[in-house]
Design a protein around this ligand. Structure first.
Ligand code: 0RA
Length: 677
């Protein structure tokens, strides 16, 4: 508390008495004042992102020192009182006086915007900008910064408050046999309305960074709750103080290769060797690592000057072009019998895990967030470096090559089959001539608003619900139990399925280009499946189908899931239904799953009979009406876009080849649906 007041006072008095200071000091102050006036220009926001940006700015310098091969240890520590400390065992920021500016390099870096470039040597060629740039920005936006340097046998310190000098010159504290830089800062609450660092955000960001610098040990320490004293002057690494606080350490010998194998840790690899190349081309440093796994989706991550580019950019474009071309060329050249070429970009991406990283000077991004790399040179460089090296890899590793090619062939075949199936369904007018399917028991009402359709599973449930329904407003469409049980099924194949065609015709909206939600024949489309694994499977399939092909039906709030009861509880003549386990326990009065039990009720004994429903087919028409269909009594869950999105994600898991994990996934998620209405 006292210190905050102290620095504030110091800062204010410095601004007031500007005239007393030398010309240099004023320039310094004015430069950093600009940062304080418009922090957003330098760190994006003053919210949580901007707050964490301060850490990245300081860390980037230490990381670059490691990338240049000068440091192999970097430590980021959260300290009590909102302080953050970044330590590296690099060369240490130079402390000697610059001949021209008459101030030390350390001071220049601390107080001048864009100061780093002047000092950047070979090691800083690709440092995402200029070395040391971020330090002055962090200095401007912190109540307090302490910079400690170990270098040339000495230990030096400088301190600043809100960018203003506190400990005037570079002060030599003593001798040191170590080398490196320790920066401690405390974000300014005047700039940042809320100062709360997120451990998870920090760990995730720094883990990613650790992969990018092979051989760097990166330790993250959460000492925020540490109550004892931390000795600023005696210690180099906090770790050396052996504090009993949470910490994490990352070290990736293999760099990007380690990242690929980390991303594939739960997957079945299609080939043993992870491909890796690192090479310069036309002043662009290119690094690529990849491995295929038994999966349909692709995981492609891209970095430019160690900045993650979630939207890809030129490097990704170059990579994809080279990947497609190289694999097609390999098949042609190797003259593989019976294998047709003509892989598309999508074919060769299936199951791919890859990381593309480029480093270059004068880098250009698209958009403020650096989400996408714009530098055109990166495209050609990645294309050339990767195509050459990957062709070599395929030649030298024929087993791996074969596995990769077979994977792409499978993808290509699936794509062609899917397209044929889809075409036959989506072909304009393909459904036009179709009359309402015979399986459909339609309702009498012609008003969509009043009409509902129950999509029920299996013929027996279909029979009961047809008898139990209100024919005026309720239509029933039974679907065969297993709509689709094909391994690695594609949704497109599902569209060719007669059951699904019947559904599309019944809905009345058509599909694809001709889809029109206005033509929906029922304003309640109710999926009624059993409360077991198969039921969950079919529900997921249907929800995914709606999500991908009939999204407006979900968006319009027309899609529902029926909630049949789990138990029927009979006591004497009284019948009650329980829709959840909790309800059953409440109704029966104890937590036993026995079917019959005796309960004292006055003088006579009444038997409680608990019947568990496994499927809709077990209910007679009256029971179905009472529990699941009667609008006065039933429970319905309206499907939201989020529900459907989740189903879409689960769909891929369901369709995976591993039947065991598929089963367990369905079981563990089958009961998670929440009820509303
Ligand atoms: C400028 C020049 C040199 C090193 C650095 C800056 C440097 C900056 C930071 C920031 C955090 N850690 C750092 N480590 C080094 C080169 C010094 C030389 O050539 O000896």
């Amino acid at each position: 508390m006292e210190r905050v007041f102290d620095t504030l006072f110091l800062y204010n008095s410095m601004v007031e008495k500007k005239g007393k200071y030398g010309a240099d000091d004023i320039t310094v102050l004015e430069g950093l004042e600009a940062v304080r006036r418009r922090p957003g220009m330098y760190i994006g926001t003053t919210g949580v992102d901007g707050l964490h940006h301060l850490i990245w700015e300081i860390f980037d310098n230490s990381r670059d020192e490691a990338m240049g091969g000068f440091a192999d240890n970097v430590e980021v520590a959260l300290l009590p009182g909102n302080r953050v400390r970044v330590v590296d065992n690099g060369r240490g920021i130079p402390v000697d006086k610059h001949k021209k500016t008459k101030v030390s390099a350390l001071e220049t870096i601390m107080t001048t915007l864009h100061a780093g470039g002047k000092f950047g040597g070979e090691g800083y060629k690709y440092s995402g900008g200029l070395h040391g740039v971020g330090v002055s920005v962090v200095n401007a936006l912190s109540t307090h910064v302490r910079a400690e340097v170990h270098r040339d046998g000495g230990q030096y310190v400088q301190e600043y408050t809100r960018g203003g000098k506190k400990v005037a010159a570079t002060k030599k504290l003593g001798t040191s046999k170590k080398h490196g830089t320790i920066i401690t800062f405390e974000p300014d609450p005047i700039i940042f309305p809320e100062i709360e660092f997120h451990w998870k955000t920090i760990v995730e960001h720094l883990r990613q960074q650790a992969y990018l610098v092979r051989g760097m040990r990166l330790t993250i320490i959460d000492a925020r709750e540490f109550a004892g004293a931390l000795d600023d002057t005696k210690t180099f690494y906090l770790k050396e103080q052996a504090l009993d606080v949470p910490s994490m350490s990352f070290y990736f010998e293999g760099g990007l290769t380690s990242l690929v194998s980390f991303q594939n840790r739960h997957q079945k690899a299609m080939h043993k060797n992870i491909f890796y190349v690192e090479k310069d081309h036309d002043d662009v440093h290119v690094e690529v690592a990849l491995q295929y796994v038994d999966d349909i989706s692709a995981r492609l991550s891209a970095f430019a000057n160690n900045i993650y580019n979630p939207e890809g950019g030129m490097h990704v474009t170059g990579f994809k072009t080279a990947l497609t071309r190289t694999l097609n060329n390999y098949v042609k050249k190797a003259n593989l019998k019976g294998i047709e070429t003509g892989f598309t970009g999508d074919d060769v991406l299936e199951g791919l895990t890859a990381v593309v990283s480029v480093k270059m000077e004068e880098i250009q991004f698209e958009g403020q967030t650096k989400a996408k790399l714009g530098s055109v040179e990166a495209r050609g460089a990645v294309e050339t470096v990767f195509a050459t090296a990957f062709a070599e890899f395929l030649e030298e590793n024929p087993h791996d090559a074969k596995a990769v090619i077979m994977k792409a062939v499978l993808a290509m075949k699936a794509r062609k089959a899917a397209k044929a199936a889809k075409d036959s369904v989506l072909r304009k007018g393909a459904l036009d001539g179709m009359t309402l399917p015979g399986k459909l028991a339609d309702c009498q009402s012609k008003s969509a608003e009043d009409s509902e359709i129950f999509i029920v599973e299996g013929d027996s449930a279909g029979g009961s619900s047809k008898q139990g329904r209100d024919r005026k407003t309720q239509a029933i469409l039974p679907l065969r139990g297993k709509i689709l049980n094909v391994e690695r099924a594609r949704l497109d194949k599902m569209l060719a399925n007669n059951e699904i065609k019947a559904l599309v015709v019944a809905l009345g909206t058509a599909i694809g280009d001709t889809f029109d939600v206005e033509k929906l024949r029922y304003h309640k489309v109710i999926i009624a499946t059993d409360a077991d694994v198969d039921g969950a499977h079919i529900r997921t399939l249907l929800m995914t189908l709606f999500y991908r092909y009939f999204k407006p039906i979900i968006e319009g709030g027309y899609l529902y899931i029926a909630q049949p009861p789990l138990y029927k509880i009979k006591q004497g003549k009284e019948v009650q239904y329980a829709y959840t386990e909790e309800e059953r326990i409440a109704l029966v009065g104890h937590d036993e799953v026995t079917t019959d039990s005796d309960v004292e009720e006055g003088a006579k004994k009444t038997k409680i009979n608990v019947q568990r429903y496994k499927g809709l087919g077990e209910m007679n028409p009256d029971e179905l009406w009472e529990t699941t269909m009667d609008p006065e009594r039933r429970l319905l869950k309206r499907v939201t876009i989020e529900d459907a999105q989740e189903a879409d994600r689960v769909f891929d898991t369901l369709m995976g080849t591993d039947v065991a994990s598929r089963k367990s996934f369905i079981q563990s998620h089958a009961k998670e649906a929440t009820l509303d209405i």
